[in-house]
Each structure stands twice: as structure tokens, then as C-alpha cells.
Ligand binder design. Sequence first.
Ligand code: ZN
Length: 232
Amino acid sequence: MLTAARDELWTRAEALAYRLSADLGMPVRLAVTDNRSTMVSFRRGSSALQLRLHHMFLDAPEPVVRAVADYAGRGHRSAGSVLDDYIRGQQPRIRQMRRESDAELNPLGRCFDLQAMFHSVNATFFGSNIQARIGWGRMPPRRRRKSIRLGVYDHQTREIRIHPALDRPEVPAFFVEFIVFHEMLHQLFPSTGRGGRRVHHPRAFRERERTYPHYAAALRWERENLGVLLRG
Ligand SMILES: [Zn+2]
């Protein structure tokens, strides 16, 4: 995920927290994240500033660090545009880092070839217009689960990951295909709304999803076999 060594990162984070504290004259508790959607978030308390920053800010030049202090520490909303510009400028670098870390995205499972499946779903249902990479996700650590996320689509990297629990002979191909189809729909119908009211599956998404030929069968299979999938 990160190219810098962990302790080097820690040192840089400490240095940044120190600069911000000195600038603001109050303690700054800094958490460094790799969050894909929220680059800057903060809570101003009476005695300290709690700040969560994406790791791109560890290399930020002085004016950007000052803007972080103004924005999060002093409540100057106008400083937000400096942060927006910096975040936009960093996107190619962040994407590159993610490409490197995700290079191992592997579509070939024991039972299913996701790349082949993606191609045929793309040709059959999308006029081959969806552009994405696809692969099996990593097997999560064994623990008792109440739910399972069978697929995920990342808008920034255009990557689809399918849960490895589906790569088994007892899982029918039409079901895996349905999950692939569903994740591809996310590219076509991005989530709507903002903040807490985000709708991940807008109405148009749901309508199109129902046109999948084995839609009812897929939902039934999932309902009847969820227990098997949850056991991994
Ligand atoms: Zn979805």
C-alpha cells in the first residue's frame, strides 16, 4: 500500500503534527490514512485538534501545510480550495501507487476465469463498453461472519474484485456471472447523493440489474446458499 517504510512514515507524521501544533498553538492528534474518499477530516476540541489526513499530505509543501492549519485548525473555509487543488494534483501519483500495489490482481481462479467471464458479460450486456480490470479478492482471515461482500467495484482504479469464496465447483457459473454483472453496473450507474445519504444502488441501477436473465435464480441461489458462502 505504502512505498515508504513504516517507521519513516511515522517520523514524517510526527514532524507534520509538530509543525501543525506549533502553527496553531494547540496539540494536534494526527492520524494518517489511506482512505479513498475522505482526504481531510477533523474534529476541533477545546484542548486539541483531532485530524485525519491522507498520507499524500506527508510530503505537502509549506503553503499546503499552512492551509491544513487554516482549514482544520482555524475554520477558514477559504483554505479548502488550496487543499482541493493539492489533492487533485496528487491523483496521478496516488493512482500509480495503487496500480503498483494492486498489480497482483489475478482473474484466474481454480474454477472460474473472471477475465473470460468479464469479456462475455461485457459483450452480451454492455456492448463491450465497460472498462475495468477484474480479479479475485484476497481470502480474508477466518472468522465468524454475518455477511459477506461478494464483489466490490472501485471507481478510482476501475477494478472489480470478486470474493474468493465464490471460486468453488458448487457455485454455479450464472451466479458468479451475476456478481460480475452487478459490479460492472456500478461503473455505468455511479452512486448518487452526498455524504451520509449516498445511494449506492440508484433506481436506474436496480432496474437494469433486474434485466439479467437469471436475476431471480441468482437471488434465490444466494438466499439458499449464503450459509455455505459465509463458512468460506
Ligand atoms: Zn453493489
